[in-house]
Write a protein that binds this ligand. Sequence first.
Ligand SMILES: Cc1ncc(COP(=O)(O)O)c(C=O)c1O
Length: 391
Amino acid sequence: MTNFSQNRREWLKRSAVLTGSLITSLSIPSFSKPAFGMTPYKGTYALAEPYGIAPHALEEIKARLSANENPWGPSKMAVQAIAEAAGKGNRYGHTIAKKMLAMVAEKEGVSEDCILLAPGSTDVLEKTAFALCINGGNVVSADPSYMSLINTARAIGATWKNIPLKSDYAHDLEAMASAIDGETKLVYICNPNNPTGTLTPASAIKSFCETVSSRVPVFIDEAYIELMDDHEKQTAVGLVGQGYDVIIARTFSKIHGMAGLRMGYMVAKPERVQAIKKLVRTEMGVCMTSLEGAMASMKDVEFQSYTRTNNKECRKYVFESLKRAGMDPIPSHTSFILFPIQMPVKEFLAGMVERGVGIRGYTINDKPYARVSMGTRPEVELFVQSLNEII
Ligand SMILES: Cc1ncc(COP(=O)(O)O)c(C=O)c1O
């Protein structure tokens, strides 16, 4: 017991040092003055990130609720397909990719030249930033929102026009449209939005795209949309088939539970797909095992609805537990919930880590917030118990 606590203290100390040195050594561009006077939010990572802040934390963390992973995945059919594909790994996956391309095109109701397969949607976000912002310009997006595309665009010389979300945390589409100028290379919309979990209704997105996309492409990141029961009504993918300059990103990391297997795709006008293909050979990054796993998972509709149902039930439990604890959580359409907290973010996250729970924190408009991902029942129960002890 003593050893365990000592080890934990040691580990926390080491993590803090490591986190600090990583943050100072990463060359993430600093935020320029916000265009619309809102303080840009800063993500604060709980010590449970799979990508290196404190790898040893993974052993200590009992409830990993920081990265919006799917705790019920992957589908058994996907796992079997991956195992069978591994033995064919001496060959490049071109022919399998062709099969997947046809399957995705059919699902989305577009021709194959409107699809770009990629190892995760991060790849689609970053490569779109490269293709469109290679000569600078600006990107218009909500604040707070998901930052992958924006960070890459900024790193290669573009600027960010950040438009505060409205008081109900919906996108302020009117303000976003007014922010477009001659230098704007694209508008980025995350729907439902990360980290708020809020949805901008399909009808609003549709009329926005119908007017704005004749001036600049509109990128809609739909990472969480398939977790919604009425996702077919909410998606904007139909606009691509109608000829609008709209770029949709989808991922297998959420509904399909394949975050570590890396699969995603883009649906857009053929010119947009070609602009990326001219720059990089994105499909070379997609491996055969993930392709086979993704195709099997697409066919496993039972697993997808299992995830949807579990996610919904879990979200209801976490939301109601937060309310009971006196918190004011933001109603979510995703696999995470954001809520304001009444103590410094670092202190709150440290209290969670101390109890074996990894979550994420943010500073939004100078106020502290925490974001918890959905997990298995024991994981979210540990979160709720820890919350009640900390506050
Ligand atoms: C809005 C959003 N887009 C994209 C991603 C990245 O997903 P992927 O695992 O496909 O790279 C995430 C991951 O959490 C996300 O929240």
